[in-house]
Design a protein around this ligand. Structure first.
Ligand SMILES: NC(=O)c1ccc[n+]([C@@H]2O[C@H](COP(=O)([O-])OP(=O)(O)OC[C@H]3O[C@@H](n4cnc5c(N)ncnc54)[C@H](O)[C@@H]3O)[C@@H](O)[C@H]2O)c1
Ligand SMILES: O=C(O)C(=O)C[C@]1(C(=O)O)C=C[C@@H](O)C=C1
Length: 319
């Protein structure tokens, strides 16, 4: 158990990410007090029952008051309004951060509301599951995963010239104590990288599962009964929270459209290779992608099944 890094951590939004963060903060003893806010009474009551916050407030302003760390954990489309609501109540010198899956739009929406003397340091833990809500949270979610911080004005991998250098380092220390590895990027670069590694895969999953569900010649029960490994993996991703993902696509539009354009061209090339029986082209492509998978495993970015960080929680029965 470490010494607390913050006196009062306010977590606004108590779904998968907010709840997991509260659990991780408690596990590490990283805060004197964990205060939570959720929009609905039902969630607030459930969080009181689950007991992972020391206090659950009925308003975001009350939760943020007196906090030296405020973490926005709602869907990214809600961040601007949340920041506006809490702004007058923020303690001077407090750090405001977030866990949103896009960064440029968050900087655009939140920065205008941040008062002088408050440090806004956007962040994104690259850790999640397809589950949502407060019951889905667990302390191990961030263990061994990357958390990307995108301090405003910092070049990639270099936070030395941000005005908030000491605060950036404090926040990085906090995420490390939550189990993460920390990296720095500028928001634009983050959005491009995540567009290909996270957002496009989700779009493809939503689309392929939707296509299968709409087929007339293959019934839905055929799809469910004979769902092979590949399709099954897509259905897990396509079960992710619709509000969260709507907000991600609306707020990372340009980067996603750029990656989607490239993807569509590459898909057309595969289509052509199949049509013309060009086995060499298919073989070359599949061999190249196999190397990527091996590099991910070699880099320790994939874990053996069952993967508690992604598919299940410790204590869950093996499927
Ligand atoms: N789920 C993932 O895999 C994952 C991973 C990394 C980052 N994120 C980011 O974390 C954030 C939260 O995602 P999650 O998976 O915890 O979602 P979730 O649906 O489990 O939880 C979101 C919470 O925010 C609350 N909320 C919704 N609208 C709100 C509003 N207008 N004001 C205040 N609260 C509101 C919801 O009631 C819910 O409690 C998102 O910004 C998402 O992009 C998610
Ligand atoms: O594993 C999953 O279920 C996830 O989708 C997690 C995932 C990802 O794409 O890797 C989803 C969104 C994030 O912002 C970060 C992580």
């Amino acid at each position: 158990m470490s010494k607390p890094i913050f006196e009062r951590v306010a977590i606004l939004g108590l779904g998968l990410l907010g709840a997991s963060l509260a659990h991780a903060v408690r596990r590490g003893g990283l805060a004197g007090e964990i205060v939570g806010y959720a929009r609905s009474l039902e969630t607030r009551d459930r969080v009181r029952e689950l007991g992972f916050c020391d206090q659950v407030c009925d308003s975001a302003a009350d939760a943020a008051k007196g906090a030296d760390l405020v973490v926005l954990c709602a869907p990214v489309g809600a961040f601007g309004a949340l920041a506006e609501t809490i702004a007058p109540h923020l303690r001077t010198d407090c750090i405001v951060t977030d866990v949103g899956s896009v960064k440029s739009a968050v900087v655009r929406d939140v920065s205008p509301h941040i008062p002088d003397g408050v440090h806004f340091i956007p962040g994104h833990p690259i850790a999640g599951t397809e589950q949502s809500g407060p019951d889905a949270g667990f302390a191990e979610l961030f263990d061994g995963r990357w958390c990307i911080l995108t301090p405003i004005g910092a070049a990639e991998d270099d936070v030395s010239h941000t005005a908030d250098r000491a605060e950036v380092e404090k926040l990085a220390r906090f995420w490390r104590a939550c189990g993460s590895n920390v990296d720095f990027m500028d928001p634009h670069h983050h959005d491009l990288v995540l567009a290909i590694t996270s957002h496009l895969p989700h779009l493809i999953a939503y689309n392929i599962v939707g296509t299968a569900a709409d087929l007339e010649t293959v019934t839905q029960s055929d799809v469910i009964k004979y769902s092979a490994g590949g399709f099954r993996d897509f259905t897990r991703i396509a079960a992710s929270d619709p509000t969260m993902w709507r907000d991600i696509f609306l707020n990372n539009r340009e980067a996603v459209l750029e990656m989607l354009g490239r993807f569509t061209e590459d898909l057309s090339a595969l289509q052509r290779a199949i049509r013309w029986g060009d086995g060499d082209a298919l073989f070359e492509r599949f061999s190249r992608t196999r190397t990527i998978r091996r590099s991910i495993i070699d880099a320790g970015q994939d874990s053996p099944v069952p993967d508690f960080g992604r598919h299940a929680k410790p204590g869950d029965k093996k499927a």
